[in-house]
Design a protein around this ligand. Structure first.
Ligand code: SF4
Ligand code: SF4
Length: 237
């Protein structure tokens, strides 16, 4: 049993998101989970994500010009691809039902096209994995604010310093705030309440929906129960 859970490709383990034969039209979870890719939403997410990262990098360039150091830009430029290409796929995505889909690249609504370097894991992520993911996620999402505030303070203390970089930083920061608000509305206001990766620390899918999904996917349920997830209905019997 544990062998089939550890090596899902060797067994019949294919969850209903990865299974092309799933009858999604008749499914009671249709519309309640982000388990079927809506191309419009996926494209909006992709454009939002790329814009956020480009603005973040530009913030570090402008604050670097103002402050005169480049460690923030360099560390962000290294950690950003490392997070999206290696860390997030391992600590978050490898636990997501989308990760079990056939192919060498991710086919989901968020990190579409990322290479699948890891094996799919049907159970939930561990606490350590969740915490490490939170640290990296916070860094790539929040650190640009540090670069922005630091650069603007520097500019305010000496406005004759570099007028172009200072004004550019203020404009880019305003754009960044608009994109960040839009992005957090899409994510926190919608996607996290419907995301099929129940392992994520940000996931807000109601327990009842998680339970129905796991009922549909017995191998996943088995792995979740083995990892300590509690089926309240089974416990109350
Ligand atoms: S839960 Fe599975 S079967 Fe139901 S709509 Fe989503 S992917 Fe299809
Ligand atoms: S939906 Fe999210 S967690 Fe799942 S594979 Fe895509 S990016 Fe990773």
């Amino acid at each position: 049993m544990s062998d089939s859970l550890d090596n899902p490709r060797n067994s019949e383990l294919i969850n209903c998101i990865a299974d092309e034969k799933s009858d999604c039209i008749e499914c009671e979870l249709n519309g309640k989970l982000l388990c079927i890719i809506d191309k419009k939403f996926a494209n909006r997410f992709l454009i939002g994500n790329i814009t956020y990262r480009i603005l973040a990098l530009t913030i570090f360039v402008m604050s670097g010009l103002l402050i005169g150091h480049w460690w923030m830009l360099i560390s962000y430029a290294i950690i950003l691809p490392l997070t999206f290409l290696v860390i997030e796929p391992r600590l978050l995505c490898s636990y997501c039902p989308f990760y079990e889909k056939e192919g060498k690249c991710l086919k989901c609504w968020a990190l579409r096209g990322m290479p699948k370097l890891w094996k799919y894991r049907p159970g939930p992520a561990t606490k350590i994995e969740k915490n490490v993911m939170l640290i990296f996620g916070t860094f790539i999402d929040v650190f640009p604010f540090v670069g922005s505030i630091w650069g603007i303070i520097h500019f305010a203390l000496n406005t004759t310093n570099n007028l172009f970089a200072g004004i550019s930083l203020i404009v880019i920061t305003i754009l960044f705030l608009i994109v960040a608000t839009y992005f957090s509305k899409i994510l926190l206001g919608n996607a996290c309440k419907k995301c099929a990766n129940f392992s994520c620390s940000m996931n807000k899918v109601p327990y009842e929906i998680v339970k129905i999904f796991l009922e549909k996917n017995p191998k996943m349920k088995e792995a979740w129960i083995k990892a300590g997830w509690k089926d309240e209905r089974a416990n109350s019997k």
